[in-house]
Ligand binder design. Structure first.
Ligand code: IMP
Length: 207
């Protein structure tokens, strides 16, 4: 039986990524669920040793739930580029290096595509994937996955969002995620899709 959350409950957002924390808080606020970020509780960032988004989401959610003795919601996500065999994938954050330089990470994608000699008049297909994990202390973890498909553009466009948003255009759209107002991105993103399932299953009164 899945644990449940209801308005007034408080959970830890098990992420040290400010962009993600902001998006998750914006998704939870209308449900009346209060949040505190792992970094505001001074929780250490666990090492992401998993081989999949799901494994890493579980590592982060369980570590935060046990350290804080509260329910914890983690998000593991990334950009998968078809012509790069799904890279950077679970290494999306790591491609930005210690300094979290996403201009450099986006340039690496452009460079690796050029080096791979991808000769195509078609835009490069890519998708964002998000796996959400909700954990209660000493209980089972529940997972929800969302994907958004689209293509890459170069050079990057737009200052909204975070990470790889300026080079990703979702199918049936022309603006990059970096050019979209947050509410527009929230309506179609991988995170929003995973979140919809999380709400349907976990949030009391939303079934
Ligand atoms: P992690 O899940 O903390 O390992 O890192 C996920 C990384 O994927 C982020 O640092 C971003 O680089 C990238 N990413 C995940 N979701 C998004 C998004 O919505 N927009 C842009 N980049 C994203």
């Amino acid at each position: 039986m899945a644990g449940k959350l209801r308005a007034g409950d408080k959970i830890v957002v098990a992420s040290h990524n400010a962009g993600k924390v902001r998006e998750i808080e914006a998704l939870l606020a209308p449900l009346g669920i209060e949040t505190i970020a792992a970094s505001d509780l001074g929780l250490a960032e666990p090492e992401e040793t998993g081989a999949t988004f799901a494994e890493n989401a579980v590592i982060k959610a369980v570590a935060a739930a046990e350290a804080a003795n509260m329910p914890a919601l983690a998000d593991d996500s990334g950009l998968e580029v078809e012509a790069l065999g799904g890279a950077p994938g679970i290494h999306s954050a790591r491609w930005a290096g210690e300094s979290k330089n996403f201009r450099r990470a986006m340039a690496r994608i452009a460079r690796e595509l050029a080096e791979a000699g991808v000769v195509s008049n078609e835009p490069n297909r890519a998708n964002f994937t998000c796996v959400l994990a909700i954990a209660w202390p000493l209980e089972r973890v529940h997972l929800f996955e969302g994907k958004v498909f689209g293509h890459l553009v170069w050079p990057p466009r737009g200052d909204y969002g975070f990470g790889y948003d300026p080079i990703f255009v979702a199918d049936d759209h022309e603006e990059t995620f970096g050019e979209m107002e947050p509410a527009q991105k929230h309506a179609i993103s991988h995170r929003a899709k995973a979140f919809e399932q999380f709400v349907a299953e976990i949030v009391e009164g939303r079934q």
